[in-house]
Design a protein around this ligand. Sequence first.
Ligand SMILES: Cc1cn([C@H]2C[C@H](O)[C@@H](COP(=O)(O)OP(=O)(O)O[C@H]3O[C@@H](C)C(=O)[C@@H](O)[C@H]3O)O2)c(=O)[nH]c1=O
Length: 160
Amino acid sequence: MIDYTDGEIHDVVVKELRKFSDRRGWLIEIYRSDELPEAYLPTMSYISETLPGVARGPHEHVDQTDTFGFVGPSTFRLYLWDRREDSPTAGRRMIMEVGEEKPAAVTIPPGVVHAYKNVGPKPGWVINCPNRLYAGEGKKEPVDEIRHEDDPESPFQLVD
Ligand SMILES: Cc1cn([C@H]2C[C@H](O)[C@@H](COP(=O)(O)OP(=O)(O)O[C@H]3O[C@@H](C)C(=O)[C@@H](O)[C@H]3O)O2)c(=O)[nH]c1=O
């Protein structure tokens, strides 16, 4: 089993997001086409709610890049593992906490395994803006996803 070491991962883009607050509430930009590399630009988006103490992933994609917006509610611990053999940061693990206290967009290229866990006290929301359509045009193609969460032997464990 690979022994992952902690550090930055090549091609992963972490952008702290600015919250524009006023008397009505707040507004946060998730991504901009003048900032994200063209190859990563989203083709769809979805939002999901994850209950306290619950994780989604670890998953990886063969072709798809995810851009997750963590803006709250709640706080997520995000885990990334670089399993790309040709990457300058192959074998690295990156862990960060993002969400309502620290709004961030995180872009994750294919071959970087990822999982996130709601470590806050309330249901949390995550927006994903992937650069590929889920299950392709008209949802007629196989889903680009390798799921590791049901493998107890996998090196991708969500440590506290
Ligand atoms: C991801 C997705 C799921 N679905 C449906 C399929 C299923 O019935 C339900 C829940 O889907 P999943 O179990 O795949 O959801 P989830 O486990 O949250 O999947 C996501 O996990 C994170 C960590 C990622 O990396 C994402 O790319 C994606 O794989 O929603 C869509 O209709 N469109 C979508 O874009």
